[in-house]
Design a protein around this ligand. Structure first.
Ligand code: ZN
Ligand code: ZN
Length: 416
């Protein structure tokens, strides 16, 4: 994104006087001050307005700007340019686009005094959503980033091809000037970084057109990032050197990719750190008699044995079937399987008969009775049971396990 014209930002003409500038600045500052205006654009706008006013209210800077445009007055490290710090407060958004500068001035002003040396580029941040499975097993993602890259046309020195970078005439190569800073709160004089060469002592008299003499320009690029196995929401991946390009030969900043892990799209698993939780429904007969049941894992289904008398809510732990530890994927958390017991809502006549005889059998043996109750006599129930068992025997070959195991269970209860 090209830098906007300072006059345009303040909405004043090129011939605007000091009073007009001050008035325009005050109006806009009141409108966009981050303490007052909480919209996403306000912060950037306020920074822009302040920067524009700082330059245009200073005759020396204004002259340099009029002559050279933004190249004449790089405000990055200028006095009062400390609004970078607002960047980090923007909160999390879920876009794959750049959200905010990461901590702002990290590579920024750094108390610059005297001739400016190399300056590290800003660190940047990108928010990235990661699928549930990808976060567990890792993946490679292609991301689109936008950062300031060193200008290829001028190789970062800001001078148009074929022209030289010469000693700065404003500061005579010293990198510093005495200047009067005018703000709405008063004027003061100080030794400041030369606005024309930004303290470098050298300047491109013929600025590069591609980057307006900045030496850097905004580019959008694709990058591949490796999302390691076991990452969780809030994890930050540092992509070295993919922040903004440095200035005056300084190193580039870093890109921080902040991850947000999405829930399981099939709602089968829930994750807490390195443990996974799931629920399986089993038949009441399986719970009573014990059975081998199928349970889902992240690697497909597996079989576990539930013992006879398994209660609703019993949790079975499958060691090592959870999430790999970040940085040590040989270690994994566990999968916790909670058992939900399904009681049928409809029964066949055979099932009804069997359950009734089971119920009377339990009565006969006093199961579930309070101490002061007497077991009911149940000769009829016994007869019923025998008939049901005979029927079951006839059907045994094709009916299979249900009646079979239930009958065996009834038999074993008889003995007990
Ligand atoms: Zn350039
Ligand atoms: Zn200078």
């Amino acid at each position: 994104m090209a830098k906007r014209d300072y006059y345009e930002i303040l909405g004043v003409s090129k011939s605007a006087g000091e009073a007009d500038l001050k008035k325009a600045y005050r109006t806009l500052a009141r409108q966009y001050h981050p303490d007052v205006n909480k919209t996403a654009e306000a912060e950037a706008m306020f920074k822009e307005i302040t920067e524009a006013y700082e330059v245009l209210s200073d005759p020396q800077k204004r002259a340099a700007y009029d002559q050279y445009g933004h190249a004449g007055v790089n405000m990055g490290g200028g006095p009062g340019g400390g609004f970078e710090g607002f960047g980090g407060a923007g909160g999390f958004g879920f876009n794959d686009i750049f959200e905010a500068f990461f901590g702002g001035g990290m590579g920024g002003q750094g108390g610059r005094r005297g001739p400016a040396g190399p300056e590290r580029g800003s660190d940047l941040r990108l928010d990235l959503e990661v699928g549930f499975r990808d976060a567990i097993f890792g993946s490679e993602r292609e991301i689109t980033i936008s950062h300031l890259a060193s200008c290829e046309t001028c190789h970062g020195n800001g001078a148009a091809p074929g022209t030289e970078v010469t000693s700065c005439s404003t500061c005579r190569g010293m990198g510093q000037v005495q200047q009067t800073q005018r703000t709405p709160f008063g004027s003061f004089t100080q030794v400041a970084v030369c606005p024309k060469c930004q303290g470098e002592g050298k300047v491109a008299e013929n600025p590069c057109k591609d980057c307006r003499g900045q030496g850097r320009k905004k580019v959008t690029k694709q990058l591949k990032v490796k999302v390691p196995a076991g990452v969780d929401t809030g994890a930050r991946l540092r992509v070295s050197g993919e922040g903004d390009a440095g200035m005056r030969g300084g190193p580039a900043g870093d890109l921080y990719v902040v991850l947000f892990v999405l829930p399981d799209p099939e709602h089968r698993f829930e994750r807490r750190d390195t443990d996974l939780f799931t629920e399986v429904a089993i038949d009441y007969t399986d719970a009573a008699l014990g059975a081998e049941i199928e349970v889902p894992t992240m690697e497909g289904t597996t079989k576990i044995t539930v013992p006879a008398g398994t209660q609703p809510g019993t949790v079975f732990r499958l060691k090592g079937k959870g999430v790999p530890h970040l940085g040590d994927s040989r270690r994994r958390g566990d999968l916790h399987v909670a058992v939900k017991i399904e009681v049928p809502t409809q029964l066949s006549s055979d099932e009804t008969k069997l359950l009734k005889s089971l119920a009377s059998l339990r009565l006969k043996h006093g199961i579930g009775l309070a101490d002061d109750e007497e077991p009911a006599p149940a000769p009829k129930a016994n007869g019923k049971k025998d008939k049901a068992t005979d029927k079951a025997k006839k059907k045994e070959e094709d009916e299979g396990s249900f009646l079979n195991v239930l009958r065996n269970a009834l038999g074993s209860r008889d003995k007990g």
